[in-house]
Design a protein around this ligand. Structure first.
Ligand SMILES: Nc1ncnc2c1ncn2[C@@H]1O[C@H](COP(=O)(O)OP(=O)(O)OP(=O)(O)O)[C@@H](O)[C@H]1O
Ligand SMILES: [Mg+2]
Length: 360
């Protein structure tokens, strides 16, 4: 497949709201998605994901900026002439056509010969495991099967870029997981550039080479799932991706890749690549993931169990630590000591698991 990179250069979209005010739904977004890469736009409702995707597809005009597919500036290219296809949340299959007829619909319009048509369609039917369903009508298919047909219909067009806007949100939780694995498998097999919109962090983490976190029309951070989870650049991101505890602290020392911070008379040492971006005296938050907290009889700090719940695979605690309530998750609790509500405990953190972000 002839996939292409996609570059967004300073793209902005202004809408006029009910009061006649201009609102920037997308605000100066810069982003490059490499050829064959799977990128996900992730962020809360209203942050501008769909608007960004619609500008890439050509359904929405840009207020400012440029969009490139490979070397070509497509800003003024009509949607139906752009080399991309969008898969929607509602599969929008034609109810009176069979699976096979639905899949070839777009190709029929292109007036391909029968042999050319077969050459394109048969491999897609095979890759999407739709052979047994080819003569069925859409109402004889489950939601997941219908979404597979919608994906097949997009793939036979052999676009350079495949766009998805929350394609799985109509499916139940279990099917969502199966389908997202399917989408990833197919994307890798055909090597197509994919841009996927979701507000579901686990979907983004499992699918993407690159996650683009958006907030209020802007990009907040770009990185792999691991980079964003382990080294979030803001309080918003730490909270949005996974769960996080925050210790309000003050920077007391800045070294080249390490910070010392004071949290309520406790000194914490934090390894941090971008340490130099912080200043002594600055108010910050130390981010601690629930699974990075060790609870034991002897450790660095004193805390108290406020809540203790056995969840089978984990023990979940709420710990009071100098005025902050920390959520802690301990794996395999049956193998170790379990602390009860009201007990004093020792708390420690692996230094490598601590991370500092500016106070919001
Ligand atoms: N046609 C429009 N006219 C006016 N405002 C719009 C229009 N389309 C979108 N907006 C506004 O732009 C902002 C971004 O909307 P967008 O649909 O891109 O968000 P989203 O991130 O896709 O959200 P969701 O997760 O809810 O789908 C919102 O504040 C929305 O109200
Ligand atoms: Mg949307």
């Amino acid at each position: 497949m002839n996939s292409k990179s996609v570059s967004l250069k300073n793209i902005t979209k202004e809408f006029t709201d009910d009061q006649g005010n201009k609102v920037k739904a997308v605000n100066d977004v810069n982003l490059t998605i490499e050829k064959g890469e799977f990128a996900t736009l992730l962020g809360p409702s209203g942050c501008g994901k769909t608007t960004t995707l619609r500008m890439i597809a050509g359904f929405e005009e840009l207020s400012y900026g440029d969009i490139y597919f490979g070397e070509q500036n497509v800003k003024d290219v009509a949607a139906n002439k752009r080399d991309c296809t969008m898969v929607f949340q509602s599969y929008a299959l034609f109810p009176h056509m069979s699976v096979y007829e639905n899949i070839i619909y777009g190709l029929k319009i292109k007036k391909l010969s029968d042999s050319e048509l077969d050459k394109r369609v048969e491999p897609v039917i095979e890759i999407m495991n739709l052979d047994v369903h080819r003569d069925k009508m859409p109402n004889q298919l489950s939601g997941g099967q219908q979404q597979r047909v919608a994906l097949a219909r997009a793939l036979v067009m052999e676009p350079s870029v495949l766009l998805f806007d929350e394609p799985l949100s109509n499916l139940d939780a279990k099917l969502r997981v199966t389908m997202r694995d399917e989408i990833r498998r197919v994307q890798q097999k055909v090597g197509i550039t994919a841009i996927y919109v979701t507000h579901d962090q686990s979907e983004a983490m499992s699918l993407s080479d690159k996650i683009v976190v958006m907030n209020e029309g802007r990009i907040e951070q770009i990185g792999s799932a691991m980079e964003i989870y382990q080294r979030p650049t803001s309080k918003f991101i730490s909270d949005f991706i996974g769960s996080a505890n925050f210790l309000p602290s003050k920077v007391s020392q800045v070294d080249s890749n390490q910070l010392k911070v004071i949290y309520s008379n406790n000194e914490l040492l934090v390894s941090q690549k971008n340490a130099k971006e912080f200043k002594v005296g600055q108010q910050v938050e130390v981010v601690i993931r629930p699974e990075s907290i060790h609870v034991s009889d002897e450790g660095d700090f004193e805390g108290k169990v406020v809540k203790s719940a056995f969840m089978g695979q984990t023990q979940e605690y709420e710990l009071e630590f100098n005025g902050t309530i920390l959520q802690a998750v301990v794996s395999n609790p049956s193998g170790g000591k379990i602390y009860a509500e009201g007990e004093k405990v020792a708390i420690s953190f692996a230094q490598s698991s601590l991370h500092v972000v500016p106070s919001a």
